[in-house]
Write a protein that binds this ligand. Structure first.
Ligand SMILES: Nc1ncnc2c1ncn2[C@@H]1O[C@H](COP(=O)(O)OP(=O)(O)OP(=O)(O)O)[C@@H](O)[C@H]1O
Ligand SMILES: [Mg+2]
Length: 387
């Protein structure tokens, strides 16, 4: 169900989920207000004074009374606390233990550092947290940050009407969010700093006061320090691994300002489920084979890097396309040659390269799943005999 609730549906006793914020209306005796119930807009403002309801933390509440039901422009829905809301992250697999830790960190408002290999779901998780908790999601990629001010402004040069160059300071999404958050204490902002390990160390250092107890940053346009409002939560992602070039290690003092959470790839059955939701026309058997091959590659320790869920997703896009779908699983060797081997250096038919090593794993795993391989693919390429 979606859209706006009707008053008939919100009978006293009905239990719904809501997130409350401080009620800024001066003439109201109620401390907290909400506008949505079960993520649907309520027909009147929802108010409570229940001490157990905490601002910003989703909870289950029970409708106690609807005041002035006959008036469209007045009245209120009064509710009382029932219990904590179930923690939900739609469409994202998260290890149950990591999910528990995440809930604790989010409730305590600590900065969180998601640490996991390429394509294991760090970005989708951050987005799902924002969606699930009704927060405004602010995505910022730190890869291009060279100087501290790059977090907050980008400098753009344009020609003026006379043709002379003019320098404009353009606010980044982060600065816009910090300013908006100060103006809107009833909203919560999740600022996601993606690839934090890729920006220059000195720039990262300058961000540190924003992340610790001082919670302030230098506003390069106003030339002053501005406070980070309490309704802003930072989540950063790092992708540490041998495969990354040009990365800057995060030092201990910087790491200490975040609560780290280690992530890894979803276990095969969970990845099959993720793919099945996106590609319902592909058989469970074929999805299991694709994921089994990816899993074997991820566990081959000697490879420089890993295989993201983007790779298994891409293989599914090929497999379900009419140009490949008719071949069924016979199309898999050719598809995985491209989608899996193609993500590693070298060539699939050169056994001395990483792509060649991946191809050996692909072949072995496909054979064990009885996928037919072309004659020249079934055995490792060998040098032609010299006679
Ligand atoms: N745990 C997961 N649950 C659901 N989908 C996932 C998961 N992991 C990866 N995916 C899917 O794989 C793709 C890549 O995920 P995402 O961008 O979140 O990875 P990432 O860890 O942020 O990668 P990178 O390190 O490259 O930034 C997305 O399409 C996402 O939906
Ligand atoms: Mg990412």
């Amino acid at each position: 169900m979606s859209g706006k609730w009707t008053l008939d549906e919100l009978t006293p006793g009905r239990t719904v989920e809501a997130t409350f914020w401080p009620n800024t209306s001066e003439d109201s005796p109620f401390r907290l207000r909400a506008t949505h119930l079960d993520r649907r807009r309520a027909p009147k403002v929802v108010l409570t004074n229940d001490e157990r309801v905490l601002a910003g933390i989703p909870c289950l509440v029970k409708v106690v009374a609807v005041h002035k039901p006959e008036r469209d422009d007045r009245g209120r829905i009064e509710v009382e606390y029932v219990g904590p809301a179930p923690f939900r992250l739609e469409g994202v697999y998260l290890d149950p233990l990591v999910a528990k830790k995440l809930q604790v960190l989010l409730e305590s408002g600590l900065n969180i550092l998601l640490d996991g290999p390429q394509g294991c779901g760090k970005t989708v998780l951050a987005r799902a947290i924002a969606d699930g908790l009704g927060m405004v999601f602010v995505f910022f990629n730190c890869g291009a940050v060279v100087e501290a001010s790059d977090f907050l402004v980008s400098i753009q040069v344009r020609a003026s009407s006379s043709g002379a160059p003019v320098t404009d300071f353009v606010k980044t999404e982060v600065l816009i969010a910090l300013e908006e958050a100060a103006d809107h204490p009833e909203r919560r902002y999740l600022v996601f700093l993606d690839e934090l390990n890729r920006c220059q160390e000195s720039a990262r250092n300058a961000l540190m006061p924003a992340l610790d107890a001082t919670r302030r940053v230098f506003h390069p346009i106003d030339n002053t320090f501005i406070p980070i409002p309490d309704n802003v939560q930072f989540i950063a992602a790092v992708n540490r691994g041998r495969e990354f070039t040009g990365t800057f290690g995060i030092d201990a003092a910087q790491l200490d300002r975040f609560a780290p959470l280690q992530m890894t790839y979803p276990p095969p059955p969970a990845e099959v489920e993720i793919l099945a939701r996106r590609h319902p026309t592909i058989s469970a058997g074929n999805l299991e084979i694709i994921v089994a091959v990816a899993d074997a590659i991820r566990h081959a320790g000697e490879l420089p890097g890993s295989l993201s869920v983007r790779a298994t997703d891409e293989a599914c896009i090929y497999l379900k396309h009419r140009l490949f779908a008719d071949d069924g699983k016979r199309a898999l060797p050719e598809i995985l040659k491209t989608s899996f081997c193609g993500r590693f250096p070298g060539r699939w038919d050169d056994v001395t390269t990483d792509a060649g090593a991946v191809w050996a794993i692909v072949r072995k795993t496909l054979s064990s799943h009885k996928v037919p391989l072309a004659e020249d693919e079934a055995v490792a390429p060998v040098a032609a005999p010299t006679t």
